[in-house]
Design a binder for this molecule. Structure first.
Ligand code: NAD
Length: 508
């Protein structure tokens, strides 16, 4: 039976805002037309705040403020060191209030508080990383001895439109805000409508750190209204989007009319491949954490485990026993390992897949709401960690992103079978390989369709490495200098060092 934590009442953070507003041109504002939407917390599923619902008019104001700050303000023209100082102050501020950020994020998203705390610290680290990067950055120079020098003049692109999802929202916003601001762009952020709370904290953090008015603008709202208006705005030359693959396809089409720059971080269905020679204890620890941390609402979740036949039964038994002992409960309880899913709509989607799974696989753990939840958690979006074994590659739960605490296990016979299974889905975000055979590990890594591979390792990011997916998991890679490349244009400047010698048209 699923374990539950022992807290006795739902924790509500002090001074919880009851209205969440846009931030445009340095001011908190409501929507021009006064539109709002309700914001729920995922434990009580009650409305705790109303948020301004941005429309075309609000996006127009935010883009105008960002464009004015870009065209006329100091931010794009500051020396990298001066911008870096501001970014470090942002990181300091995030670190100083990490516990507050974590409790608000946990309240709004249902993420376990210990994990939300880690995400807040990671958000600070993203700002530090890009602050350091722009100070260290050099651009290429190409010498043609005695004739020419050609160099790259890097220029911020302009107003960046940033559209983010509801899983780890604050951290994922930082992943776009930090490189965009570091590059000298000004921004309009449209956070996910399920989880607008933590995004509203950026405004005060940025203002106090010295970000000039108009550089950071925030418009809340529904994707199809506020997000769509941002994507289609002619004064926004680039869009960085993280979210579902189908939304990414819509945005891709809508960017085409204005030939915008795009970065797309999309869905995943990542394999964890466990060979018989693996360190099984480590593989079990990692594959449990890989799919059940962050409530399974994780783009790089190892949601398909492929296990070599000779250890399959042992692996399944040990894995299921551990999954059944995962502590599900109030996200604010530090003992909680899996909290409440973000929203009733998402809960219904995940529960739908759990029911489909019962017809497609052998249920080893979970399979519905956790038993024994106390009364005060009874309205929350709880799904117990669910494990299906013997799942065929044609099954929907093998092919489709569930984005919740649900995992499939499938046996394989040979390395070639494992690779075919790993690559047999439309996604290609991450892959995790467990084997002590060095050649096999590298050969597999190099053949698997995945933007990122971890060998005998759980998901630890090195911020310098490329981040992104292949196939339906994304377009373009960010991370390190690649992020700076996205938010800047690399202009080529050519200088002659010798007498010019063009062919003399009309000189005969
Ligand atoms: P979503 O696509 O529903 O929404 C993401 C954002 O897009 C939200 O802000 C939403 O309001 C906005 N949006 C929706 N329709 C829009 C439109 N027509 N035009 C403009 N904006 C629009 O995604 P979600 O449910 O919030 O997030 C979960 C998804 O995100 C999962 O598929 C997950 O794998 C993916 N994700 C990917 C990564 C990655 O790095 N690859 C990271 C985190 C999450």
């Amino acid at each position: 039976m699923t374990q539950t934590s022992v807290q006795t009442a739902h924790y509500v953070p002090a001074d919880l805002p009851t209205s969440i507003r846009h931030f445009i041109g340095g001011e908190f504002v409501d929507s021009v037309g006064g539109e709002t939407f309700d914001v729920l917390d995922p434990v009580s599923n009650q409305t705790y705040a109303t948020a301004a619902a941005g429309q075309q008019a609000d996006i127009d104001l935010a883009v105008a403020a960002a464009k004015d700050a870009f065209d006329n303000g100091p931010w794009p023209r500051m020396l990298p060191r001066a911008r870096a100082r501001v970014l470090h102050r942002i990181a300091d501020a995030v670190e100083a209030q990490d516990a507050r950020l974590a409790e608000l994020e946990t309240f709004d998203t249902g993420l376990p508080v210990t994990q939300a705390l880690g995400q807040a610290q990671r958000a600070a680290e993203n700002f530090r990383f890009f602050a350091d990067l722009i100070v260290a950055q050099a651009d290429d120079t190409y010498k043609v001895p005695g004739k020419q020098i050609n160099y790259v003049n890097r220029k911020p692109v302009g107003v960046a439109g940033l559209i983010t999802p509801w899983n780890t929202p604050f951290m994922l916003e930082s992943w776009k805000l930090a490189p965009a601001l570091a590059s000298g762009c000004t921004v309009v952020l449209k956070p996910a409508e399920f989880t607008p709370l933590s995004a509203s904290l950026w405004a005060e953090i940025f203002r106090t750190a010295g970000v000039p008015d108009g550089v950071f603008n925030l418009v809340n709202g529904i994707g199809e209204r506020a997000g769509d208006a941002l994507v289609k705005h002619p004064d926004v030359p680039l869009i960085s989007f993280t979210g579902e693959t189908t939304t990414g396809q819509t945005i891709y089409r809508n960017c085409a009319a204005n030939l915008k720059g795009m970065s797309m971080e999309l869905g995943g269905k990542s394999p964890a491949v466990v060979f018989a020679d693996a360190d099984l204890d480590a593989a079990i620890d990692s594959t449990l954490f890989g799919v059940f941390s962050l409530n399974g609402e994780r783009c790089t979740a190892s949601s398909r485990i492929l296990v070599e036949r000779s250890i399959y039964d042992d692996f399944c038994a040990r894995y299921a026993a551990r999954a059944a002992r995962i502590v599900v409960g109030d996200p604010h309880d530090p003992r909680t390992e899996v909290g409440a899913l973000v929203h009733p709509e998402h809960y219904a989607k995940v529960m739908g897949y759990v029911e489909i799974g019962k017809t497609e696989g052998r249920l080893l753990a979970g399979g519905g709401r956790p038993a024994g939840l106390p009364e005060w958690l009874a309205r929350g979006n709880y799904v117990s960690p669910t494990v299906f074994a013997d799942v065929a590659p044609t099954a929907r739960i093998f092919q489709e992103e569930i984005f919740g605490p649900v995992v499939t296990i499938t046996p394989f016979e040979t390395d070639a079978d494992a690779l075919a299974l790993a690559n047999g889905v439309k996604y290609g975000l991450a892959a995790y390989i467990w084997t002590t055979d060095l050649s096999r590990a590298h050969n597999f890594a190099q053949s698997v369709d995945a933007g990122m591979v971890w060998l005998n390792s759980h998901n630890v990011r090195d911020l310098r490495t490329p981040f992104g997916g292949v196939k339906a998991s994304g377009l373009g890679h960010e991370g390190g200098y690649r992020s700076i490349d996205f938010y800047t244009d690399s202009q080529a400047v050519h200088i002659t060092l010798a007498p010019v010698h063009p062919p003399r048209f009309g000189g005969k």
